[in-house]
Write a protein that binds this ligand. Sequence first.
Ligand code: ADP
Length: 462
Amino acid sequence: SSASRKDHAIVKEFREGCAAPLPVLRRVAEGIAADMRKGLNSDGGHSLPMIPTFVNTLPSGNEEGLFYALDLGGTNFRVLRVQLGGKDGRVIDTEFEQVAIPQDLMFGTSEELFDFIASRLGTFVQKESGKFHLPSGRLREIGFTFSFPVKQTSIDSGILIKWTKGFAVSGTAGKDVVSCLNQAMDRQGLDMRVSALVNDTVGTLAGARYWDDDAMVAVILGTGTNACYVERMDCIPKLQGHLPANGDMIINTEWGAFHDSLPLTEFDKALDAASINPGEQILEKTISGMYLGEVARRVFLKMAESGAMFGGSAPDKLSTPFVLRTPHLCAMQQDQSSDLKLVGKILSDTLGVDDSSLGIREMAIDICDAIVKRGGRLAGAGIVGILQKMDADSKGTIFRKRTVVAMDGGLYENYPHYRKYIKEAVIGLLGSEISKNVVIEHSKDGSGIGAALLAAANSKYA
Ligand code: ADP
């Protein structure tokens, strides 16, 4: 099949609807900075929750000793131990294991889930070799990364607001997840102590800060998206009267919830309406890995239904939500062959569109590019919004010196075009001089020693 004028018109209209030129990016950056202030002022009713994490001590590099990390955030959980050797020794040794969570436990009771986690942690601790040393008289300390919405009440406690990401465990919502873990460890006869409860963005920032004193912001771009940053206590009105007003605290922005001034098309609106959380997480639905492929599928489907692109009728596969994944878009954009053979294969294998012409394959790439360009540029605008807010409240100290933004997540790691568009947006917004001071880099931590570092930085024995 080959493309018609109708197809070209659909692509053109879509590209225009997705466009995120500098004036749009400026409005988004300003909107994020403004909503950050609102969320810091008071709880509830604002687009950005701006959750206080109670983390005010980031790793310095001097941490020493044996620490554990436990990471629960999706269908796997990870356990890790690290032996830290201070400024000179750094990370002396590290070991980890990944365990798949059995499907039935995701729908079971809180006790069953936490018993399973505690028992696997116990097995991992038993395998601790002579390379790791715990001073006598101490308990093993854990940094617990728990990537579900939690209302944190201190560095080592927090109440689960609700399960997300397919978990439907009964009896945890409204409870302190650290108590749940402690009780399960008691039942398993495992004597360890949770010293830090952290969100995955906070773990990423801690991991980056351990190696680089200039790390101030962390951004996750994976299945979903989120960002955290170092805020001054005196800029968090909603905590005043509760905590001392000096020093810093990491704030979890939950920026995926942002929704103003975004360039959205009919396809984005339909995706949102069909989602399990309509009206929520609009920025996340525009820029994160779970959704980019689905937006593209919806455009292709319209072309099949009303254009000639796919021969005037839609194959079943093309009508199936989420069949086209973000890695497919990435593979299509990386196809260097003169006849775009790989694009043709993905259109055929994944969407059921056989015998596509070169013109159609080129249009498919144009659609992927429009979506990924918008995503990367909006992510860049979000980063600039956070930095501009920080800079305004610190009398210019962010832009006048080197500032590191630590990035992590499968989308950022694997999609070179997306990374390029983030960078272009940041340079476009800040100008080439200031943007030289903003270092956006992949955090080496990745696997989550950040949480173990936070357990060390917040050790009960320090
Ligand atoms: P999670 O966010 O679920 O904890 P990751 O950080 O590993 O996990 O991110 C996974 C996401 O990264 C996937 O949903 C996908 O959107 C994106 N991704 C993974 N591999 C690629 C790839 N090769 N190209 C583009 N995106 C990818």
